[in-house]
Design a protein around this ligand. Sequence first.
Ligand code: CU1
Ligand code: CU1
Length: 275
Amino acid sequence: MSLRKNQADLTAGEKRRFVDALLELKRRGRYDAYVTTHNAFIMSDTDFGDRVGHRSPSFLPWHRRFLIQFEQDLQAIDASVTLPYWDWTADRAPGSSLWAPDFLGGTGRARDGQVMDGPFSAAGKGWPINVSVDGRRYLRRALGAQGLQLPTRAEVDSVLSLSTYDTAPWNSASQGFRNHLEGWRGVNLHNRVHVWVGGQMATGVSPNDPVFWLHHAFVDKLWAQWQQRHPHSPYLPTADTADVVDLNDTMRPWNDVTPADLLDHTPYYTFDTLV
Ligand code: CU1
Ligand code: CU1
């Protein structure tokens, strides 16, 4: 059982063990499979075709399952490690401790976006970008460079107040909680954070940046909070819907898990706080 904590509350030792486990997973050649899988789903998830990971109701259970598997891979290296979450409503500046050299490192340099400090910089040689959509082999970021601000707590609360999980046409045009959280409609929460970080995070190979996991751990926590606020609002759609994953349909690429299996996160992990 994992306890997922706010990254801002991690001790120096917890940060080091998390970073070391990431570097070791990369060294063993297992990390990049996550990047490849994620990009394959980004490419195939389209609004009017078969869609699983994005632009569809199973955005939340798909990423929950993806993170559980990744967390278990880290724990096979160091059993004390769990996925921290990044509350971007609170830690909203490029100077946040999240981006310090003892954790994820900072923004990229102006010339080419290359991250120059921290454990994932090219200079460290421990973090080659092997799955690239632009041929560049180094981690890139441009924190806040698009002139965006990260979502606020008030914006998060406005999305958590939506009482319907998802609606037809079950894609990026849908009303409802899932699509507002994913960010294709309304205030745009999840997608905006990818763009705010920039570099690989703004592309299909976003898991190249370790902050992907902390971002999605927070998105996942928001889903759990929404369930707590709306205990009678079910996952939708329930059955017989073309092109999307219904409640009891299995999800690619695993084929042994359904959204119904993932609605309750507590068999897998808990959060330090769920408010
Ligand atoms: Cu994704
Ligand atoms: Cu994402």
